[in-house]
Design a protein around this ligand. Sequence first.
Ligand code: PEP
Ligand code: MG
Length: 540
Amino acid sequence: MEVYHGKSVLQGIAIGKLYVFQKKESAWKKHSIADADAETVRFEDARGKALSQLDELYDKALSQVGEENAMIFDVHRMMLEDQDYLDAIEARIRTEMVNAEYAVTVTGEEFSATFSSMDDEYMQARAADVLDISGRVVRILEGLDEGGLNTPEPVIVLAEDLTPSETIRMDKSKIMAFVTRQGSANSHTAILARSLNIPSLVNADIRIDASYHGKEAVVDGKDGILIVEPDHETLRQKEKEREAMQREQERLRSLIGKDNVTKDGRSILLYANMGNVEDVDKVLENDAGGIGLFRSEFLYLGREDFPTEEEQFAAYKTVVSRMEGKRVIIRTLDIGADKKADYFHLDTEENPALGYRAIRICLTRPEIFKTQLRAIYRASAFGNVAVMFPMIVSVDEIRRAKAVVEEVKAELDKENKPYGEVELGIMVETPAAALVSLELAREVEFFSIGTNDLTQYTLAIDRQNQKLEPFYDAHHPAVLSLIEMTIQNGHKAGIWVGICGELAADESLTETFLNMGLDELSVSPSYILNLRDKIRQIGS
Ligand code: PEP
Ligand code: MG
């Protein structure tokens, strides 16, 4: 029996087999090969698959967004048949005797650099395309397109680290717990684990190797431990603890349908955070009063291309309809930092958390923003929708975002496409937004405080950096004062204020938040009933 310790992301006990999730080798790893003919055949097979993918994408885009927009896949197809490009890759494999992943990556970069340096604008635009097609072939060579969990039963996933994109690709019905050696409890992968309601540990002190694969294990999120090959007695003990936790869950279920009211009559809205359309099941099961944060960027992760307006519309419509008139707050795309998708072609940045992300991308790439807003507004015809913008720091940004909303509404009016009344709000998750919250409050109908980023930016502590976790203190008086200031300023301007960061679920602060006059708490679905229980015990 081996016992390891980690930082718990969600309480709960999982008992099952370990599955060692190994990232595929990076394309940057150059290695020698012995058989250039075989490597060339590998490349040709991958290219064939990439061409079929592009055909499918072209057909899909043609039916959904028309010929003009579908043309890009035709251009990619032509590039993947360009003899100069193909000869350069094959020559590199044969002369340098290197793996195809490396040959494709380096050739793609060389071609891209050449295109970028040309005067012709059309050719310059091809620089990104050649990187795109090279990336597609490399992913196929690496087997990433078939990636995911190859197991018939649910398992405990053991990994060095997991990005949100990797997590989103996995078949959730196959995961009973996550354990990662790296990672921080404030990362989006951890948040995803919470929304899936599975016990998880990050920053575990285990050296991961393939020998763990298939071994029996227990993940105890309550004590923050991983037990590999537990002895008989320990296993019995953990099974008993798991049963006790299940009984407690049963007790909490008796709170379904009850109000979130303290003994002295103060009430608060209790909403749920979610990221994937399937999460609505848990939102409804746990009796949330609405959705306080729909992290729409998860619709963009773990895929090869932008979700179309129709795809997004279908997703939002499903969620909104299933909530049957309860408020659904859709946060517009908060991509960037740890949430990355290759097809956005975001540059590598020195300080991604302070970089080109969220509303900054939306305001500078309006075609992406407009597609999303059109889909959200169209879905608003089916229920009660609110929109909120992430990472706001100024009045000007809100006005610019609202101007795009107006354009979208005018387009929909012209096309006779119906939409409903949509409340507009912002995330208050930068110290700047909290400090100018009175001015911002005059522009919108609600605030939702994002304490994960607010803590990161107030304390200047990267939420992703596991080494800094002991310093990441969301209870810091500076953070709490900014929260209080935001609530007061929001109320002064007559708007409602909620919290949707992870701090909302912290029961040690529930009474403090009520005393500050907070109107709403939005948490992972699995925390709703615990929090209702807590609220109902407050006061005398
Ligand atoms: C936050 O920053 O608190 C928040 C809710 O947004 P995210 O965790 O997705 O950055
Ligand atoms: Mg945030």
